[in-house]
Ligand binder design. Structure first.
Ligand SMILES: [Zn+2]
Ligand SMILES: [Zn+2]
Length: 255
């Protein structure tokens, strides 16, 4: 069994809205958006591994504060799994002693509070009964999605992406795919913005979803605040016959 708890899944902030942060069981986070701030200190202290999709702020905003909060609370370092480019960006622009201290060297380089493990597309990491694999996304910065498989079931998360053959090929190779969390950040009227920011709008997602040969439940995430209803009704119109739902903060899925 594995449990997924949605701590944040909005494209922005505002009352009740949190940015992308998914908790897998008790010990793994996928992205560290503002949603992480709703966990208790005890829950935070159980986190061991963090998988990042990319370096954009809505996906990492909570990371510097999380590491700082756990400093001195946890004896083991937090392990950050991400693309090498994402790790480099974090080192240069966040943990650079100006925006925030470099916790990969604190309290000492030998026993740090966080450590980086670079991952490439297709790499797979085994954590107990769960296999976590990095999928190739296509966004304005190097970006990834992840699939998480156990013996009996699998779920996948697109991260931020636009059109991608590689990701949909990989999804077709996953047997027992029960849930696909896929982004659709913008409404169709924001197609130009979708092109510029490399996000899906319903029309684009519907084109790519035709490549999907299996039939998982599809949870739409990263909706632009204020456009949620419009995006969802456009998704339903564009993808008839698909089992769609709007992902919401607080949702829990067990497989
Ligand atoms: Zn992004
Ligand atoms: Zn984003």
């Amino acid at each position: 069994m594995m449990e997924f708890r949605i701590l944040g899944c909005s494209g922005g902030i505002g009352s009740g809205l949190r940015t992308t942060c998914l908790l897998l069981d008790e010990d793994v986070l996928i992205d560290v958006g503002t949603g992480v701030g709703d966990l208790s200190l005890e829950e935070l202290s159980r986190i061991q591994h963090i998988f990042l999709t990319h370096s954009h702020l809505d996906h990492i905003a909570g990371l510097p504060l999380l590491v700082d909060t756990l400093f001195g609370v946890k004896s083991k370092p937090l392990t950050i799994h991400a693309l090498p480019e994402t790790i480099e960006t974090l080192k240069q622009h966040i943990f650079n002693w100006q925006i925030w201290p470099d916790f990969a060297e604190l309290p000492s380089a030998a026993e740090p509070s966080m450590r980086y493990v670079p991952m490439r597309y297709g790499d797979q990491i085994e954590l107990g009964h769960r296999s976590i694999r990095m999928l190739e996304a296509s966004h304005t910065v190097p970006a990834a999605g992840y699939s998480i498989s156990t013996e009996n079931s699998a779920i996948a998360f697109s991260g931020d992406t636009s059109f991608s053959d590689s990701m949909w090929d990989a999804l077709n190779g996953i047997s027992n795919l029960k849930l696909l969390i896929v982004e659709c950040a913008f409404a169709n009227e924001q197609q130009e913005l979708s092109d510029l920011a490399k996000h899906y709008c319903p029309k684009y997602l519907a084109e790519d979803i035709k490549k999907l040969k299996n039939n998982p439940k599809i949870a739409i995430t990263h909706l632009k605040p204020g456009y949620e209803e419009q995006i969802m009704s456009e998704c339903e119109a564009a993808m008839p016959g698909r089992d769609l739902l709007q992902l919401r903060t607080g949702d829990r899925f067990k497989f």
